[in-house]
Design a protein around this ligand. Structure first.
Ligand SMILES: Nc1nc2c(ncn2[C@@H]2O[C@H](COP(=O)(O)OP(=O)(O)OP(=O)(O)O)[C@@H](O)[C@H]2O)c(=O)[nH]1
Ligand SMILES: [Mg+2]
Length: 449
């Protein structure tokens, strides 16, 4: 279904005006099409920038001959002035000369189909483009470099070795476990299972890097939720007034907290109300807490604790949360209140405790495993995590079968599980794929990539 026989063209730079804009042509007729378009007297020199003219602009064209190009095919890149009109004209002329408009991600798809990169690397390209924090970009770049692929290949190599020995044993049905002892096989299975578990363990951290976390702010009216939201974002994004019930809708902003992408959600203060608008706001607030990775429960320490505060603490007790006692610049009205040990005093007015709160937020989200810029070769992608999970479960079944109390079960059964594990690993790197999967993965790319 995915043909690489034709030549594709697209604008590779973002939509809109810019200093320069690049049109990329890839495929067997790329050079020929460029020739017609640029009215060249001589062929373009490989990897040399050549000044040329199209019908409507002065351009610089570069030829990357196959296989040493992004797609592994003949590629011509034409850098023109960054005018959408001019760039569109060049694309139209290329189409007139025999090219076809590229689908989203088709250049990268071709790089994959031509064996330039594997599926993990192709997905990393999209992640790199979508990265909003330096840490996300770093994790994606590591995957693009093939670090994750290497770790998976190392596991797969051991699995292959074991599978081969067990398969060979099948040819000697009477003896059983001819080329590898059952005990030895069990040890190998456990070792592979351990390596997979280690990768999976990092996937929570990886997901945090890639997808970021949602942090919702909860509390009664006027405790300073919007003030805290603004303080954490260092902006005046949400409206703050002395009037209880100021915030009525969810206010959502993305923040970069030391490289961690946070989606911060300010919510309406919870209270019993007959106001239709406010009551809708309160129900949205509750919904936001339940879908958040972490809830910041804000209390006002300058006012005595009331039943409603206790209710709120009880309501959020089961969700991962941090209790924030705001307005520490005012005289404290609390005495002997039994608060969550994780609670923290802050003042959004003076900025007191805000940095300490940031540290606590990160620690709470990371759940013990520090997310650092080093060693980011983690599993960041849900697709990869799901497949590794499947492989891991299959290895556990194989291990249990080998360690069965009545003696190891026959090789055939163990082999089924090992093959299942291998199939899952091969789906991660794309050795095994389907058109549907590829279509799904590449549909998230932009055109021209
Ligand atoms: N002294 C003092 N006042 C604060 C502090 N934080 C917020 N305030 C004040 O408390 C009032 C309410 O602040 P908001 O941030 O609007 O409170 P909120 O929880 O978002 O209120 P609703 O949106 O009505 O639920 C405003 O007058 C703020 O200036 C603080 O740390 N110290
Ligand atoms: Mg508010």
């Amino acid at each position: 279904m995915f043909s690489t026989q034709d030549t594709i063209v697209a604008i590779a730079t973002p939509a809109g005006r810019g200093g320069i804009g690049v049109v990329r042509i890839s495929g067997p007729s790329a050079a020929e099409i460029a020739h017609k378009l640029l009215a060249l007297r001589q062929p373009l020199q490989p990897r040399h920038a050549t000044f040329a003219r199209t019908a409507g602009d002065h351009v610089v064209a570069t030829h990357f001959p196959a296989p040493h190009s992004y797609t592994g095919e003949d590629v011509i890149e034409i850098a023109a002035h960054g005018s959408p009109v001019v760039l569109r004209q060049i694309v139209e002329q290329a189409i007139g000369a025999g090219a076809r408009l590229a689908e989203p991600g088709e250049f990268t798809l071709r790089a994959f189909l031509n064996g330039r990169i594997d599926l993990v690397q192709a997905e990393a390209v999209a992640d790199l483009i979508d990265a909003v924090t330096p840490l996300q970009a770093r994790a994606a770049f590591d995957q693009l470099e093939g670090t994750l692929t290497e770790r998976i290949s190392a596991i797969d190599a051991k699995l292959f070795d074991l599978t081969a020995k067990l398969e060979a044993s099948l040819d000697f049905p009477d003896e059983g476990y001819h080329f590898v002892e059952a005990g030895e096989a069990a040890a190998a299975v456990r070792q592979i299972e351990g390596a997979m578990a280690a990768l999976l363990c990092e996937s929570r951290r990886g997901r945090l890097i890639r997808e970021g976390a949602r942090v919702a702010i909860a509390g009664r009216p006027n405790v300073g939720k919007s003030s805290l939201f603004n303080a954490l974002l260092r902006t005046g994004r949400a409206i703050v007034t002395p009037v209880p019930g100021t915030t009525r809708d969810l206010v959502i902003e993305t923040a970069d907290m030391d490289g961690l992408k946070l989606e911060l959600v300010d919510t309406a203060g919870v209270r019993e109300t007959t106001d239709q608008v406010e009551s809708e706001g309160v129900s949205r607030a509750r919904q936001a807490w339940t879908t958040a990775d972490l809830v910041l429960v804000v209390l006002d320490s300058s006012r005595p604790v009331e039943d409603e505060d206790v209710d709120l603490l009880r309501e959020t007790a089961a969700t991962p949360r941090l209790v924030v006692a705001n307005k520490s610049d005012l005289r404290a009205a609390w005495r002997g209140v039994d608060l969550d040990p994780l609670s923290l005093a802050v003042s959004t007015k003076t900025g007191d405790g805000i940095d300490a709160l940031r540290v606590k937020i990160r620690a709470a989200l990371e759940g013990g495993s520090r997310v650092t810029a080093r060693d980011t070769a983690a599993v960041t992608n849900v697709r990869h995590a799901a497949l590794l999970d499947r492989a891991h479960a299959a290895m556990r079944r194989a291990g249990d079968a080998l360690d069965a109390p009545g003696g190891p079960v026959a090789e055939e059964f163990v082999l089924t599980d090992l093959q299942d594990a291998r199939a899952a690993l091969e789906e991660v790197t794309g050795k095994r794929t389907s058109d549907d999967l590829l279509r799904h993965i590449f549909s998230r790319f932009c055109i021209g990539k």
